[in-house]
Design a protein around this ligand. Sequence first.
Ligand code: LLP
Length: 426
Amino acid sequence: MHHFNYKDDALFCENVSIKEIAENVGTPFYLYSHATIKRHFLIFDGAFDGVERLICYSAKANSNLAILTLLAGLGAGLDIVSGGELYKGLKAGFPASRIVYSGVGKRVDEIDFALREGILMFNVESLEELALIDMRAALMDTVAPIAIRVNPDVDPKTHPYISTGLKKNKFGIDTETAIEAYEMASTLQHVKILGVDCHIGSQISEAKPFEDALGNILSLVGDLRRKGIEISYLDMGGGLGISYQGESPPEPNEYAGAIQKILKPTEYKLILEPGRVIVGNAGTLVTSVLYRKTGKNKEFVITDAGMNDLIRPSLYQAFHAIQPVVKNEGKSIKADVVGPICESGDFLAVDRDLADVKNGDLLAVMSAGAYGFVMSSNYCSRPKVPEVMVKGDTYSVTNRRQSYEDMIRNETIPGFLMETESGQTG
Ligand code: LLP
């Protein structure tokens, strides 16, 4: 459930009219609901009551500092995948002791940063990375807490770009090599084995793949125990899906029930890394209609938001519901909703039944809180759009719109281009 609802004909986020925000902030912009994020986190966390756990929100889904600060305040931990996410997480108030760090390509400077800060654990994705972490920890005269990210070879039945736990995926270490990795880790002086980790994919809409992955992980943990290697944390990653277009993924309590059914008799501390399920339906992208255009066999609604602002439809053929910010009485139309970018792949919706909108009307692209702004870019030299958070009857711009100057701030024109052909400065 979220807090985007119509009052009469106008779409509200909590108690604030979206039209009013658009008039003040301009379009496009991302809009987040504080109450929705809070509710989603508390429901997810509460579903595991009775289990020793740490819910590490996955920063990659949306690393807006206001959202991170809200979640840190609710007692969440953080799942990071880069030095930048560590930096933002610390700024937002997450204690390092609640941060786990995954990713196949951790750089030396990022490893050092995480070691210096004293994060809870590194989810190690290769034997080479394990050796490097040990070496960097030795140089810093410290010990790195680690889990091996295991690839359990389970099909999450999701879009191929966001499945991560199959043999063919680059993530984690297969179960046989994982035993080797743990044996290697147990001989290293500057590494402490703390847990086992896996993450099988994203937007998963059934409980079975999670159950299968957990079964595989527990059998690995049994094998390790027989070899005298003990772990205390089980990190089962993120991946629980949301409803974009009538999908019915398990509710957090069903998901928790499925995990607890298998985990109950064990004494491990559970870590989960939910991203989308916390913020996905808590955000919308608000855009204005610029033009209508009737092609030979298609109707187009051209908006001021494009694929650089929200890439999910172009990249994954993802469906996002599109709602009018103010309902009108007109008939509905079937149209492609497209952005201003010079690519045919620049669309927010294809062949969509939609309100009969006209120039100046506002549209809300729903369920855009996860993997929306964070995946946006300056393509076509389009400034990044603002992010706004609503709480009750107030709102605040938490990330202002980039200006043209912001966009070129880090660029310099080299001196050698300032010289004319005769060698004089032009
Ligand atoms: N943990 C790890 C190690 C991950 O790689 C991910 C997501 C998560 C947790 C969080 O997964 P979630 O609960 O959000 O499903 N850009 C794509 C999604 C990519 C997901 C990458 N990893 C999209 O827009 O659908």
